[in-house]
Design a protein around this ligand. Sequence first.
Ligand code: HPA
Length: 277
Amino acid sequence: MTAYRDSVNEAATFVRNALGTTPVPPVALVLGTGLGALHEDIEVEVRLPYADIPGFPTSTTSMHEGELLMGRLGATPVLAMNGRMHLYEGYTAHEVAFPVRVLGVLGVQMLLLSNAAGGLNPQYATSDVVLITDHINEQSTNPLIGANVEAWGPRFPDMSAPYDPELCGLARDVALEQGLELHRGVYLAVPGPMLETRAEYRKMRDAGADLVGMSTVPEVIAAHHMGVRCLAVSVVTDMCLPDALEPATLDAIVQAADEARPQVGTLFRQLVQQVGA
Ligand code: HPA
């Protein structure tokens, strides 16, 4: 764990130096599957490919570009992870959480995450945007296993509200003001990479989940452990209704995510304007 902690600190120092005199912004974004195109809304000032940052795991999925961006979303300075790591790529939970920990060490205070998810709640439709209000971790692992780094957070962190209630409230206000439909839901995380069987979707729905996906939860656990306030939204890319299940293709998933990009872009732009000044 000492080696891991040293790597996180080394990566943070590298990023800090790469930013030069630019202060670290209070808000960082994690742009998920199909929503990587959101980086086009960011006026980029510094671009750091993950491969150039010491110790950073590199993203292997072709649709994830794998770079840390410093720039402006609207008028507000942000750091943005364009591409994330997933367990299904073979990374450990610690590797998946590595970049978020670097952001935490750098002093980022808020993390806005996006992802593509399957919709278990029959009231959703493809390309709907859902505010994650809580999660169920079914990944059989998490980034806090092992020796605790006391400098980052407590051994047994509270998880009564990992999705910051104030940020969630602001997101709902923004959605109302902007005329965006914003559902609320519980996200269940699986390791992937396969999608689920009908029987599995039925079980997840029975367990209280509205969404299922393969990301976000390790990052939120690591960020929340460090006291970084989190907000996460899912774009519903395929409906997971056990009795009316259609085969899902990667193309359809990416297209559905792309269709929701303007809404997520508006939501994030307005949110960072309010909290990231
Ligand atoms: N299951 C798991 N992850 C997903 C899904 C799904 O149906 N759709 C998008 N990500």
